[in-house]
Design a protein around this ligand. Structure first.
Ligand SMILES: [Zn+2]
Length: 139
């Protein structure tokens, strides 16, 4: 719920501030929502995990095969949004979320955990850069 609001606020912020997005804006504002919740919201990790679970829930309706227009669509698939969100939660505090990525196959899990730590650091840093730069410009 909060994730959805922040996702939409992210779109508005990007449009309002003219922030250059290099990649899928839908993914960028998902990341924005997760980073804001993880950094600034009380119990934000739990709320972010709930948001991820909603993506997993929505993914239960997925077809066995996607049509091509779905591959070219602006949103990543729900299961990708689920794992991308969990990845940020894990990366934000690996010790607190040791079991969060247990669904990932053993042989890939450790490597993926490392990637999630790096991914969170990068996305967190980049969004903070954007938010700081923009707030300084406005002050
Ligand atoms: Zn969107």
């Amino acid at each position: 719920m909060l994730h959805t609001l922040l996702h939409e606020a992210g779109h508005a912020y990007v449009a309002d501030q003219g922030i250059p997005i290099l990649g899928k804006e839908e993914d960028a504002v998902d990341n924005f929502a997760a980073v804001i919740m993880l950094n600034y919201v009380d119990q934000g990790a739990d709320a972010t995990i709930s948001a991820a679970d909603m993506f997993a829930f929505e993914s239960d309706d997925r077809p066995d095969y996607y049509d091509f227009y779905e591959y070219i669509g602006e949103h990543s698939f729900d299961l990708q949004r689920y794992f991308a969100t969990l990845c940020l939660v894990y990366g934000s505090d690996p010790d607190a979320h040791k079991d969060l990525l247990d669904e990932i196959e053993d042989e890939y899990r450790d490597e993926q955990k490392d990637k999630c730590i790096a991914t969170f650091e990068e996305i967190d840093y980049n969004w903070k850069q954007v938010l700081n730069i923009k707030s300084e410009e406005n002050s």
